[in-house]
Ligand binder design. Structure first.
Ligand code: SF4
Length: 371
């Protein structure tokens, strides 16, 4: 069966007609009880969808609960302090999501009188809201008949309807969106159907071990009937992961009898924008020794006035297309040179640092009691 060809047209048409109602019935019996499923508040639905992008439910849940406690309404989020918001987001990664969330909340609050847009197209016009999130909010909050299409949906549709187009190709989005729209037309309730297909992809038709034996669409599923579950969806190889080597100079000293550490806020278009970190020297390859780092003269002069902990602490963090290998060199400076820090750096106490948003590997460094 191929849903786009005329072969076995009646069989295909029947499969297309029954698919959505079948999944809706399945969802009634198998849905997980998740907090964002108890609301039609577009703000909370939007918040949950942004948190859950690139994040598993188990990991995203505590963040969602913390966010709705700290910012129960859209106005609360709009008026939030960005540093506090980023601090709450710490550990979820993809920090541009948090910044867009904040900017969009501010925009709705000030430009739209705090009224959340009520249609798919109006939602799509907002910063940080793509087709998937717009469809989720429009259907869950307002019942609009617009299908969600994400990785879970690609997988389920590719398997059930035997779509072997590379899901990374430019045409795939159009193909799957067209199929999703045809299926949505037969849904009893758009919100339930969208929830159902996402849940089905998350717990039934999973990437590695789909539970075909007890699947409600087993008879019509092309992948199951032809033993191609592992081949579908077709996905070309991932882009290569780039290695980056971060050498952090952790300057420490005393101020009024209290230990302080030098940090600055990251700017620019790189990863971890607006998060705080130590003095960074980045290299394209690993360096065996601190002396191999290329320090400019003022920095070298500063380092020479301190005591360097000879062996660095190493830590790794894997991002979507980057592998960060970080090395931390602690340098204890005498209090007399505490005004000689490079431009943009300031001294922070441990208490202050605990409130700053930081990359996970820097937060871990403090967790281990090294800073
Ligand atoms: S039969 Fe298997 S591959 Fe097909 S939809 Fe069901 S779980 Fe997925």
């Amino acid at each position: 069966m191929n849903w786009q060809s005329d072969t076995n047209a009646s069989e295909t048409s029947e499969a297309l007609t029954h698919f959505a109602p079948t999944l809706e019935r399945w969802y009634d019996h198998h849905r997980r009880d998740l907090p964002w499923r108890h609301t039609t508040d577009p703000y909370r639905i939007w918040l949950s969808e942004i948190i859950l992008q690139q994040t598993r439910v188990a990991q995203g849940m505590p963040y969602y609960l913390r966010f709705v406690e700290a910012y129960p309404t859209l106005s609360d989020l709009a008026l939030a302090d960005e540093q506090a918001l980023l601090r709450l987001w710490q550990g979820l990664g993809y920090y541009s999501r948090a910044r867009n969330l904040h900017q969009t909340a501010k925009y709705i609050h000030s430009e739209l009188n705090g009224l959340f847009p009520t249609t798919y197209l109006a939602l799509l016009a907002l910063k940080g809201i793509g087709t998937y999130t717009a469809a989720a909010v429009a259907s869950f909050a307002y019942g609009e008949r617009v299908p969600v299409v994400d990785g879970n949906v690609y997988r389920v549709l590719a398997r059930v309807f035997g779509v072997d187009e590379d899901i990374m190709s430019t045409g795939a989005k159009k193909t799957f969106a067209a199929l999703a729209a045809r299926l949505m037309a037969h849904a009893v309730d758009p919100a339930t159907y969208n929830q159902a297909i996402m849940e089905f992809g998350a717990i039934q038709c999973t990437p590695v071990a789909p539970d075909c034996l007890i699947c409600p669409v087993q008879q019509q599923c092309v992948a199951c009937q032809t033993g191609r579950q592992r081949e579908l969806p077709v996905k070309k190889k991932k882009a290569a992961v780039r290695d980056r080597f971060f050498h952090y100079l952790v300057f420490c000293t005393q101020h009024n009898g209290e230990a302080v550490v030098a940090m600055h806020e990251r700017t620019g278009r790189d990863i971890w924008q607006n998060l705080h970190e130590f003095y960074l020297i980045e290299t394209d390859e690993p360096k065996a020794d601190f002396r191999d780092l290329d320090l400019d003269k003022p920095l070298n002069d500063l380092v020479e006035q301190g005591v360097l902990t000879t062996s660095p602490v190493a830590s790794n963090q894997l991002l979507s297309h980057q592998r960060i290998k970080a090395f931390f060199y602690r340098i204890d400076l005498p209090e007399s040179v505490k005004n000689d820090l490079p431009e943009g750096y300031s001294w922070y106490t441990r208490q202050q640092i605990s409130h700053l948003p930081k990359p996970v590997l820097i937060a871990d460094y403090f967790e281990k009691g090294l800073g």
